[in-house]
Design a protein around this ligand. Structure first.
Ligand code: ZN
Length: 462
């Protein structure tokens, strides 16, 4: 900690309200936040003199929250957004239509899609994102390292997951042969990436998790061996689970059991795991997921656009003890990547399911911050503005026409009014979005290159 007289690196000053998300959920009207060395050094109110600072960020007429955390995404899919032949198919037909396009991914494509994906997230108030990259065409290069390069350039906190597919059509799976890999090759590459990139330190900017795509695209052997490897390397586990009724039909046909039973049998029912979607657990399974502490990445827009028509039992999962975080899901199923939109989607879906007590704005904020941090195994470190936590925060402007008349509850107004994007997004005490603009340079060049790769993959003229 810096001495009181020593200037801090960053002081965020003048906010209407600071939502700390601390243990007592303190909300400080007229609050400020000070950061040094990438961590929160102090949080105070109008009666507390703020420390001197090297840099001051004004948050006038803003709600300040911890940075939102994205627990499920496939950034490569922004190269095939709203792809007409796939966009209105069921989950399985959508996937089957897009797999052949994704077979053309290479390290340039992944770098560009991660850059665009992370920049888009930062503009929407996200400070930490995961990415589930499960397509590794033969000879495509070191795709995960290419995506990390983009995160480093932008200054975003990043949790890429080593995705995989090993069960191709010829073995009864969904993906074509060209995008699947051998189990042992996947496991060896997983171990290599953890050794190269996984940072266990407090405030780490990069962590790796292991992430077979789904129980219907990898062999049972790979599911089980990945869980064992994650245990040995002490890293987290991620996959899709119970996203669509087709998945239970596949599991019944191939394994004779429900998909969550298969997940459990493979050694995944542990607090090391967080799963995307989890729309279709039955009540007994909700209880088991809760007791085990399996995290769930709730992806409202994706579920409404491409799911089988179900809604994740978010309230029940949280009540059972499962951490629930927020995810935007891939950019070919959700197409946008704004965690503000997802938080609003969680609010709307929660109330659609259970009426006025089903979800509040504060619940949605908690899911997007504390819940997501728990999914990534970073409770206490991310998702809250408390002394010693990572200095990741967002200043949300609550002014202009959309917020006129919203005078009494900035947190409810934040999701009920809008739409709103970040005025400032700060990661590890450093602005990555300032006055609504990306701090990193080169966006026009990135977008030109991205367009050219997207046109190549989609087979259209660039
Ligand atoms: Zn997904």
């Amino acid at each position: 900690m810096a001495d009181a007289a020593e200037p801090v690196d960053l002081l965020v000053l003048g906010a209407d309200l600071v939502a700390t998300l601390d243990d007592t959920r303190r909300e400080i009207a007229g609050g400020w936040v000070a950061a040094t060395g990438g961590l929160v050094q102090a949080v105070g109110g109008p009666g507390d003199p703020p420390p001197p600072a090297t840099r001051v960020l004004r948050a006038d007429r803003c709600l300040v929250t911890p940075g939102l955390i994205n627990t499920h995404h496939h950034m490569f899919q922004n190269l095939t957004r709203s792809y007409r032949p796939a966009v209105n198919g069921s989950l399985f037909t959508w996937l089957s239509t897009l797999y052949p396009l994704w077979a053309g991914l290479d390290d340039e494509a992944i770098y560009l899609s991660a850059w665009v994906g992370l920049a888009e997230l930062a503009l929407g108030g996200c400070t930490t994102s995961t990415d589930h990259l499960y397509v590794h065409p033969r000879g495509a290069g070191d795709l995960i390292s290419a995506s990390i390069g983009a995160a480093v350039e932008l200054g975003m906190r990043f949790h890429p997951t080593r995705g995989s597919m090993s069960l191709s059509q010829k073995d009864g799976g969904l993906p074509p042969d060209s995008v699947v890999q051998d189990d042992d090759e996947i496991l060896a590459d997983s171990e290599r990436l953890v050794a190269r990139w996984h940072d266990r330190s407090w405030g780490a900017m990069v962590r790796i998790a292991l992430a077979p795509c789904s129980p219907f695209s990898v062999t049972p052997r790979l599911m089980s061996a990945t869980a064992t490897l994650a245990e040995r390397l002490d890293v987290r586990l991620h996959t899709h689970l119970a996203e669509d009724p087709d998945e239970d039909r596949f599991s019944a046909q191939n394994f004779g059991i429900r998909t969550i039973e298969h997940f459990e049998n493979m050694g995944w029912m542990t607090d090391r795991s967080w799963v995307a979607h989890c729309i279709y657990p039955n009540p007994a399974e909700v209880a088991r997921l809760g007791v085990a502490g399996v995290g769930v990445a709730h992806c409202p827009s994706s579920n409404m656009l491409i799911g089988g028509g179900g809604m994740a039992p978010v309230a029940e999962l949280r009540a059972a003890g499962a951490p629930v975080g927020l995810g935007c899901d891939g950019s070919a199923s959700t197409d946008h990547a704004s965690l503000w939109l997802e938080a609003r989607g969680a609010l709307l879906l929660g109330r659609q399911r259970k009426g006025s007590t089903g979800m509040t704005g504060r619940d949605a904020l908690e899911i997007a911050t504390l819940g997501s941090a728990a999914c990534l195994g970073r409770s206490g470190e991310l998702g809250q503005l408390t002394v010693g936590a990572a200095a990741d925060l967002v200043c949300w402007p609550l002014d202009g026409i959309a917020f006129a008349g919203a005078l009494t509850d900035p947190i409810e107004a934040w999701l009920r009014c809008g739409p709103v994007a970040a005025r400032h997004t700060v990661v590890a005490g450093v602005p990555v979005v300032s006055d609504g603009r990306l701090v990193a340079s080169g966006v026009d060049d990135i977008l030109r290159r991205h367009h050219s790769v997207a046109a190549r993959l989609q087979g259209v003229a660039s």
